[in-house]
Design a binder for this molecule. Structure first.
Ligand code: ADP
Ligand code: MG
Length: 238
């Protein structure tokens, strides 16, 4: 992203962001509440339209595309939110099959196979016929991750995927994300899970006051944060 800016009215949320995510990298984006982390993620796939600046995805400038081309590229970016947003009246399997069949015209049999494979990957093979309401929060979030993966994305964007979960369910979701990272998925993860950030991130990006204040390796960031803003933040949470 190049001089990315986003304002809501007079509220300058993103002031000037210039960063790159490389293939296979896991970025953990951390920072205080209201810093603009969600807005930033949403600007990456243009769910929020940047006020100024450019976003590129593998050489294509997303900020210059018409809606149709934008939709095509967006399919390559999976997104997982704090709320799982599964379709409540569809089975887990049907939740997973929907987008590949509708958007990619995948034949049903192939979509079923894909969905079953992804459910195994997130440890929920036996829940294919269950409905979302009958699953725990952690299970629902794992389904939501599998659903995003069903579109075969090149990058996965996570916005506080474990923040709405009961503590005992956080680990199972982080484990799925860690496995994805190990498999080489490119990921941008907004999280307050500092253990995950320390162990899984290739880079920490610390955001506050509308800027990425600091990018650093997890080891360096947690041991020797460079900016005062980051030092204050870590002193509060660690
Ligand atoms: P974070 O995810 O770091 O907590 P957000 O990106 O959600 O921060 O919000 C950053 C700022 O942008 C906040 O002041 C919030 O009120 C504002 N904001 C976010 N989305 C909107 C919106 N759709 N309309 C107006 N203001 C918004
Ligand atoms: Mg947020």
């Amino acid at each position: 992203m190049n001089h990315l800016k986003k304002t809501f009215g007079k509220n300058e949320v993103l002031k000037d962001i210039n960063e790159a995510v490389y293939d296979g990298q896991v970025i953990c984006l951390i920072g205080p509440s209201g810093a603009g982390k969600s807005t930033f993620l949403r600007c990456l796939n243009l769910l929020d339209k940047p006020t100024a600046g450019q976003v590129f995805f593998e050489g294509d400038e997303l900020t210059a595309l018409d809606d149709q081309h934008l939709d095509q590229l967006r399919q390559q970016m999976g997104m997982v939110f704090q709320s799982f947003n599964l379709f409540p009246h569809k089975s887990v399997l049907d939740n997973l099959k929907l987008a590949p069949m509708k958007v990619k015209d995948m034949p049903e049999e192939q979509a079923t196979q894909l969905a079953q494979k992804l459910l195994s990957q997130v440890g929920l093979a036996e829940k294919a016929e269950a409905f979302p309401d009958n699953l725990s929060g952690g299970q629902q979030q794992r389904v939501a991750i599998a659903r995003a993966l069903a579109m075969n994305p090149k990058v996965m964007l996570f916005d506080e995927p474990t923040s709405a979960l009961d503590p005992e369910m956080v680990g199972e979701v982080l484990k799925v994300m860690q496995d994805l990272a190990t498999d080489g998925m490119t990921m941008v993860v907004v999280t307050h899970e500092m253990g995950f950030a320390k162990n899984v991130a290739d880079q920490i990006w610390f955001m506050a006051d509308g800027y990425i204040q600091e990018t650093n390796s997890p080891q360096e960031f947690f041991a020797h944060p460079q900016t005062q803003r980051a030092q204050e933040f870590l002193a509060k949470i660690l």
